[in-house]
Design a protein around this ligand. Structure first.
Ligand code: ZN
Ligand code: ZN
Length: 195
């Protein structure tokens, strides 16, 4: 009789543990789903093909015509370089035009190299990282692409690690749960056999 009570107590304890582990597993699964969707969103973000400007102008932003290309662009320093002596504090040419104009001159001055990733023709020395062991001493990807690749890689590695950690955590909890259930069954049959 005394022994039976002890067994019931133990059984209650095991049931509690099983319950606790059950909710823990559910929580971790939920977490994992959330992480998965985060990873998916991240992939979409970094996987999209490259240089598309994601900064769409907000409707309330004032617009300004570039006097070179004639395009209407937001009158912000994102699109026009600052110029203190002008009326609106911005240059009359948009940044893109200035850049093209500058690169036109750089093109004549410096040798050019086509980036193997984005396909853009860029000055061979200023826009490419140097790399000792290749033919022209430069990377085949331009600086912008190289930076982007390493950023994407780092983000992916971070997510991968996080995911692996969570999966390990879940497996661990699942194993505990299994062990708990086994001991619960054992106790159950012991009690049934006549405690
Ligand atoms: Zn322009
Ligand atoms: Zn590139």
């Amino acid at each position: 009789m005394k022994e039976g009570r002890m067994k019931t107590k133990a059984l209650n304890y095991v049931s509690e543990q099983v319950d606790r582990l059950g909710t823990e597993t559910a929580k971790i699964n939920e977490k994992l789903t959330r992480i998965d969707s985060q990873i998916e969103a991240l992939m979409k973000k970094v996987g999209g093909n490259g240089n598309g400007g994601n900064g769409k102008p907000k409707p309330e932003v004032q617009m300004k015509h570039c006097t070179h290309c004639g395009e209407l662009k937001p009158a912000t320093v994102e699109y026009f370089s600052a110029r203190s002596d002008s009326r609106d504090g911005l240059q009359s040419w948009c940044k893109e035009c200035v850049k093209k104009y500058k690169s036109h001159f750089e093109q004549q001055a410096a040798p050019m190299k086509r980036c193997a990733r984005c396909g853009e023709l860029k000055p061979a020395t200023s826009e490419f990282f140097s790399k000792g062991n290749c033919k022209d001493g430069l990377h085949s990807y331009c600086k912008a692409c190289a930076k982007k690749i390493s950023k994407e890689y780092n983000a992916k590695q971070r997510e991968k690690k996080q995911r692996a950690r969570l999966i390990a955590e879940r497996d661990d909890v699942a194993a505990k749960l299994k062990a708990m259930r086994a001991s619960l069954r054992a106790l159950d049959s012991e009690i049934a056999q006549g405690g």
